[in-house]
Design a protein around this ligand. Structure first.
Ligand code: 5AD
Ligand code: SF4
Length: 468
């Protein structure tokens, strides 16, 4: 038998890329690849790239510069290293990548990575292989299911792609071009994936999609199912204790989704709902097709059915033409809503998007200053939200042993990391996958520290009497 070939994947950007990287491993495992944590001993290195902002995009080329050296070193010891660029930069730049970085053997877009084995073989035979088409077939139909031991190694929380692409065309955003039009996976395929994950110990599923709440997949009844209906069905899968979804657009929040938050204890009361700006003028220029008041009304609909709900968001500062008054409206919206956390970015012009042609660029120094002020406000809100947990008893899904001996780390409903020492007689590993109440005592930066507020159930393995 040939020795296994070593595969190193480096992923940038969003959750979808994390998911895609795992699926690439699933495709390459039957081909005899095993993962390695280091670039230096890899036979194949895949950069799974992000094109959302210029900085993310440019990282690829500096990484390819470093890989050229690693490849030369491997060649000196008689070993061949193949290099592939996948993800959204691959999709957007295609052949330009091999022109700028001839070291690249394979360029593969996000809709074609199920063809990786054939592309690697073609690169072997012809020196190079590129595929950035949106193929007619659905890649999910061709992706092998992850092996049980692989699922277990990936932990108790898993992503499942239910929807890809975006039809919204916000004027700043490359996603509709790199990920294509909205496509939803059929309900039955998603249920199969979730059942397989649950059967191998997964307790928490995050449904992901570029515009996940635009989900409109075909149900077993031949009807179109909404995300709310899908969540309702998945909540019934044995073993699944927590459900989440990301990322949503305010205009696609429908009554089914609100009802899911009302009815499903499994659906976590934490929603990522990007608004981008609080100024109606800027929202119009961004082609968001909603106003700040529309967004507030959507937030109110969630809050009316689920008082525990908390929100996070994305913001862009310095969109072309953004004035001090526009920016003040963003700060005002953040103050009104009160977030548990949020991401904020400086506007970055992306080639081919309408906003990149808009002339009124905001000066860099003004962008810096606005970003700083917005981030300070969001940080204060996040700290207040985390502080409010002190003294409370909250459910924590334990994910892994902590860095300190005897410590275990999990997450609350709001994805706050929680660190606990379960005490003598309880092996942290035995608690992984369990959801237990934790009394929160203190806060260390963004992490909650606390103690178990209940004795773990019987199936938690006690330590052997002899100790460690
Ligand atoms: N410049 C800055 N931020 C952007 N985002 C998307 N496109 C751009 C851009 N051109 C941000 C948005 C989006 C998040 C994923 O990235 O806030 O919600
Ligand atoms: Fe990009 Fe999101 Fe707008 Fe779609 S909805 S274009 S993914 S920012």
């Amino acid at each position: 038998m040939a020795p296994p070939r070593k595969l190193h994947i480096k992923s940038y950007g969003c959750q979808m890329n994390v998911y895609d990287a795992q699926r690439m491993v699933d495709v390459l495992t039957p081909e005899g690849f095993v993962e390695t944590a280091s670039v230096d001993d890899a036979d194949l290195v895949i950069l799974n790239t992000c094109h959302i902002r210029e900085k993310a995009s440019e990282k690829v080329y500096s990484e390819l510069g470093r890989l050229r050296l690693a490849r030369d070193e491997a060649a000196q010891s008689g070993r061949r290293m193949q290099i592939a660029v996948a993800g959204c930069v691959a999709q957007a730049e295609g052949e330009e990548i091999v022109r700028r970085a001839p070291v690249v053997d394979v360029v593969v877009g996000p809709q074609s990575y199920h063809h990786l084995p054939q592309l690697l073989a073609r690169a072997d035979a012809q020196g190079r292989a590129l595929e950035t088409e949106f193929p007619v077939e659905d890649k999910f139909g061709f992706l092998p299911q992850p092996r049980p031991e692989m699922i277990r190694a990936r932990g108790v929380s898993a992503f499942v792609t239910v929807q890809e692409g975006c039809d919204k065309f916000c004027t700043f955003c490359v996603v509709p071009y790199t990920r294509g039009a909205e496509v939803s996976r059929p309900v039955a395929a998603i249920i199969t994936d979730v059942e397989r994950l649950a059967a191998n110990g997964v307790r928490e599923i995050t449904l992901i999609g570029q515009n996940v709440n635009a989900y409109h997949g075909e149900g077993a009844d031949g009807r179109v199912w909404t995300l709310g209906r899908l969540l309702q069905r998945l909540a019934a899968v044995p073993g699944i204790a927590r459900l989440r979804y990301s990322t949503s657009h305010p205009n696609d929040v429908d009554d089914d989704l609100i009802a899911a938050h009302r009815d499903l204890p499994e659906l976590m009361p934490f929603v990522h709902l990007p608004v981008q700006s609080g100024s109606d003028r800027i929202l119009a220029a961004m082609n968001r097709k909603h106003s700040a008041a529309d967004y507030r009304r959507v937030i109110d609909r969630f809050r009316a059915v689920q008082p525990q709900i908390a929100f996070s968001s994305d913001f862009i500062v310095g969109f072309p033409g953004e004035t001090d008054t526009d920016f003040a409206a963003t700060l005002a919206l953040v103050t009104q809503i009160g977030y548990a956390g949020a991401y904020s970015f400086k506007y970055s012009p992306r080639p081919g998007t309408p906003a990149a042609e808009m002339p009124e660029m905001v000066p860099a120094a003004v962008m810096d200053e606005r970003l700083e002020r917005l981030q300070q406000l969001i940080d204060r809100q996040q700290s207040a939200f985390n502080k409010a947990a002190i003294g409370q008893t909250v459910d924590v899904l334990f994910e892994r042993a902590g860095r300190k001996p005897g410590q275990i780390v999990g997450r609350t409903a709001y994805l706050q990391p929680a660190h606990v020492f379960p005490g003598p007689g309880l092996e942290p590993d035995a608690l992984v996958g369990q959801i237990l109440p934790v009394r929160i005592d203190s806060l260390e930066r963004y992490s909650l520290l606390g103690e178990l507020a209940a004795t773990p159930p019987q199936h938690a393995r006690p330590l052997a009497a002899t100790g460690a």
